[in-house]
Design a protein around this ligand. Structure first.
Ligand code: PAF
Length: 281
């Protein structure tokens, strides 16, 4: 694995690889890698000749500066994990390398900006779009891999590639879960032991809601999920929305569309966790 910090060096290397006919897979991350990230890398390895991973904690996507400061940065551990799987290049740019000047671009993501993560984390998706578009320009991959835990982010990235007319296939990969069901996330390592012992109720409740679908309406299911999780003193639901999996618009009836997803954000002390569940097979 070659570690590259300079954007031009990586861009030139990729140009050479592409002209020799090699396919490029890209896994952008903010580090603190877990099995979820490694599954994206494995997926890229299966589908491409070369896999490039980036680690960059992107300041522009944090609407809360404390969250940015707290975000785990454990690059040496990450490198050890990457050596266990096949990763050809690791891109670890500095802040100046990615943002030499202020990036003033705005994007129109329509409804995606005003719902769920868009509504609760103002500016977050603009920051994600700024960094992902820059990374796409540097890495110029054939395929890019994102985890479905960040369900709305996948929709944003798909819209971004359309807006920018990019010839990159966006591949989304299933959520990886801990043994007790907790969706893997870099933020999980920030949880105290006590908090960690309580957060499995989030995924348990989401899975139980699949059964509730048979007897409850959408409004009742939402209410049930929120009440069940909020009963736990460590947890506070920020939102639980049941949406059309394609458009992410709210649905009012189970029969309205076939593909329905439930998306949740829960505050655990000062740590914010998200998860989602498919109400279809
Ligand atoms: O999902 C993430 O880790 C980040 O939002 C991403 C896509 C790497 C952009 O910083």
């Amino acid at each position: 694995m070659k570690v590259v910090e300079n954007r031009n060096e990586l861009n030139n290397t990729v140009a050479d690889l592409r002209s020799s006919g090699r396919s490029i897979g890209f896994v952008p991350t903010m580090g603190a890698l877990h099995e979820g990230h490694l599954s994206l890398i494995e997926c890229s390895n299966r589908e491409n000749d070369i896999t490039i991973v980036s680690i960059f904690v992107n300041p522009t996507q944090f609407n809360d500066s404390e969250d940015y400061k707290r975000y785990p940065r454990i690059i040496q551990d990450d490198i050890k994990k990457l050596k266990r799987v096949k990763c050809d290049f690791l891109f670890t740019p500095s802040k100046d390398e990615m943002y030499p000047d202020e990036d003033k671009r705005e994007f129109d993501f329509g409804n995606l900006e005003s719902i769920m993560e868009g509504a609760h984390r103002p500016g977050h998706f603009r920051g994600v779009a700024l960094i992902v578009s820059k990374l796409f320009e540097i890495v110029n991959p054939h395929r890019a891999y994102f985890g479905e835990k960040d369900f709305q982010q996948v929709a944003i990235i798909n819209r971004l590639t359309k807006l920018l007319n990019l010839d990159i296939k966006i591949v989304s990969c299933p959520i990886m879960r801990e043994k007790d069901g907790l969706a893997m996330s870099s933020r999980n390592m920030l949880l105290s032991t006590e908090q960690r012992d309580n957060v499995s109720i989030i995924s348990e409740t989401l899975f139980d809601s699949l059964q509730k679908k048979k007897i409850l309406s959408i409004a009742e299911t939402k209410e049930w999920v929120i009440r069940k999780i909020n009963e736990n003193p460590f947890l506070e639901v920020e939102y639980f929305e049941i949406v059309d999996s394609e458009t992410l618009n709210s649905v009012n009836e189970w029969s309205q569309v076939v593909k329905i997803t439930g998306c949740i954000a829960v505050q655990v002390g000062n740590i914010r966790l998200i998860d989602n569940i498919r109400f279809y097979s």
